[in-house]
Every structure is written in C-alpha cells, then in structure tokens.
Write a protein that binds this ligand. Structure first.
Ligand code: FAD
Ligand code: FES
Length: 258
C-alpha cells in the first residue's frame, strides 16, 4: 500500500556541506517495515510538480519517527532544506521494493557497499542486519572527507572501511579498491550508490544468490503507472523493462542491464 500523508517535521539539521537530515513523524511510519524503500516528497512550491524520491535512512518505531538524509542538488531539495521542525511535508510512501534480508541468519558475514549519497538507506539496513545477528562489513566510497556521513553510527553496527576519491580520508581511490581487497566470501551483498559503483558490484557478484543493488532513476509518477523510470531486463532487454519505482529500487544482481 502506498499512503499519502502530511508528515510532521520533528527536526531538520545540516550534517555535512549541502547534506541534511530530516526527521519526521506520522502514521505512515507504522507501514515502514523494509529497509531500502523510499518516500516521494512533495516540494512545497507550485512550480515543482513532480515529487522528489528520497530513501528512508532510519525507521524508529518506538518514537514513531523516520528520517531521510539528502543532498541539495537543485531547486526542489533546496526548498526542502528550508523546512523546519513543526512544518508539515506531503509525502507518499513507503514506496518500492527494499532489500530482501529474509535469508540472513545470526553469524552470517554480510557485505554492505555504499557510495556518497547512496549511503543513507544502508543505515536502516545495517541496523536490521545487526538485529538479526549478522557480522557486517561496510565499504563506503566518498568524494572527500567532509561528505562522510554517520561514520560513528555505522561503526556501532560493524566494521567500516572508507575510501575517498581525493585521498583526504581512508584509502585513496574509489570503493572498487576496497572491494579488490575483500578477504572473505559474503553470505549476502547489499549495495547503493553511483552507477559506476553499482556496475562493478553487479559484475563482481553477478552469480551470487543473495546480492542486491539499489538503483536511482528519474521518476515521474513514482508509483508504477507511467514507465518513466524503467531499466532494461537482462532477458530480452529490447522488449522488456522493469520499473525502478515499483519493481525496484532494489534489484538482484544480474537481473537488469546497467
Ligand atoms: P533538480 O535537478 O532540480 O530536479 C529536477 C527533476 O529531476 C526532479 O523531478 C527530480 O526529482 C529529478 N532528479 C534530479 N536528480 C535526480 C536523481 N539523482 N535521481 C532521481 N531523480 C532526480 N538523494 C539523496 O540526496 N538522498 C537519498 O536518500 C536519495 N534517495 C533516492 C532514492 C531513489 C529511489 C531515487 C530515484 C533517487 C534518490 N535520491 C536521493 C536522488 C533525489 O531524488 C534527487 O537528488 C532529487 O530528486 C533532486 O531534486 P532537485 O529538485 O533538488 O533537483
Ligand atoms: Fe512512473 Fe516509475 S516513475 S512508473
């Protein structure tokens, strides 16, 4: 079920240059049961007709809140970043198919790979994997040190390795370098980030039975009706597509053409 509700903003805070964390409360939180889903946010401005899809970064059932972490890219996210505690924001969600963690058991060693502003949904995922008793290795690639988010919080969930493009923190280079140094066989792989990174993960874990990538695409309706967001299916790519908003955003590796 996709719900539409005015969520109340509990807090909004800038946590890095151009990066904001917004915490919201509303009935919809009780329907957020899968990590990796997204919210389709209405920008409170008449000129912004299309909603902006943003991943759910954390779900807190006890306090009935959820949060998103987003980077100001253009006019829509810039307006969202001006909202304050007490304001309401029109949200549709929770949308899409998130990460399937049903096969993860206590003691499994799982791999979570993220890049840049693809990292947020991996926080809720990490929390749930830890609750299941999994050992987690996180590999994160960022542009530079000052856009690293939630490092301490991720360290509370598992082992964290970071690379930066400019070498200002961790290993110098992209996250592929961390992946090359991997010294264990993960029982499951979960990934979200830039297209190049997802391509590398998709290639490396093509045959893995439990490896997943979360994709981004430009969306219009955001609810499966318009086919604006499609990616070609690996079988019959010319004639068959999958919708990122409805069939994804999480797909099994080896299932779509990247
Ligand atoms: P503009 O460039 O002015 O946007 C113009 C139009 O293009 C809008 O309709 C906008 O929605 C669309 N658009 C622009 N960039 C993107 C993009 N990268 N992906 C999809 N549509 C785009 N960003 C985060 O910072 N944090 C997240 O957790 C996050 N999760 C996402 C999850 C999904 C499933 C998808 C598809 C995208 C996610 N994004 C996330 C990207 C986010 O949707 C865009 O950055 C945002 O829509 C930009 O809006 P804008 O008005 O500021 O930019
Ligand atoms: Fe309309 Fe995905 S955005 S089908």
């Amino acid at each position: 079920v996709i719900l539409k509700e005015n969520l109340k903003i509990v807090s909004q805070e800038q946590i890095a240059p151009r990066i904001f964390e917004m915490k919201m409360t509303g009935k919809m939180v009780s329907d957020m049961n899968v990590p990796g889903q997204f919210l389709n946010m209405k920008v409170p401005d008449a000129s912004k007709v299309l909603r902006r899809p943003i991943s759910i970064a954390e779900i807190d059932k006890e306090n009935n809140t959820c949060s998103i972490i987003y980077r100001v890219e253009g006019g829509g996210t810039a307006i969202l970043s001006t909202l304050q505690a007490g304001d309401e924001v029109d949200v549709m969600g929770p949308q899409g198919n998130g990460f399937d963690i049903s096969m993860v058991k206590a003691g499994d060693h799982v791999l979570v790979i993220g890049g840049g502003i693809g990292v947020p949904p991996l926080y809720q995922l990490g929390k749930e994997l830890k609750e299941l008793g999994a050992e987690i290795t996180f590999l994160f690639g960022y542009a530079n040190w000052d856009v690293i988010i939630y490092e301490k919080l991720f360290q509370g969930l598992g082992q964290v390795f970071i690379s930066t493009d400019d070498g200002s923190y961790g290993v110098h280079g992209h996250v592929g370098h961390l992946l090359d140094a991997l010294d264990f066989e993960p029982t499951a792989v979960f990934s979200c980030g830039a297209p190049g990174m997802l391509k590398a993960v998709n290639e490396r874990f093509k045959e893995h039975p439990h490896a997943y990538i979360s994709l981004e695409s430009r969306m219009a309706c955001g609810m499966g009706a318009c086919y604006a967001c499609v990616v070609p299916k690996i079988e019959n790519p010319e004639t068959s597509n999958l919708r990122v908003c409805e069939d994804g955003p999480v797909f099994k590796t080896g299932s779509v053409v990247l």
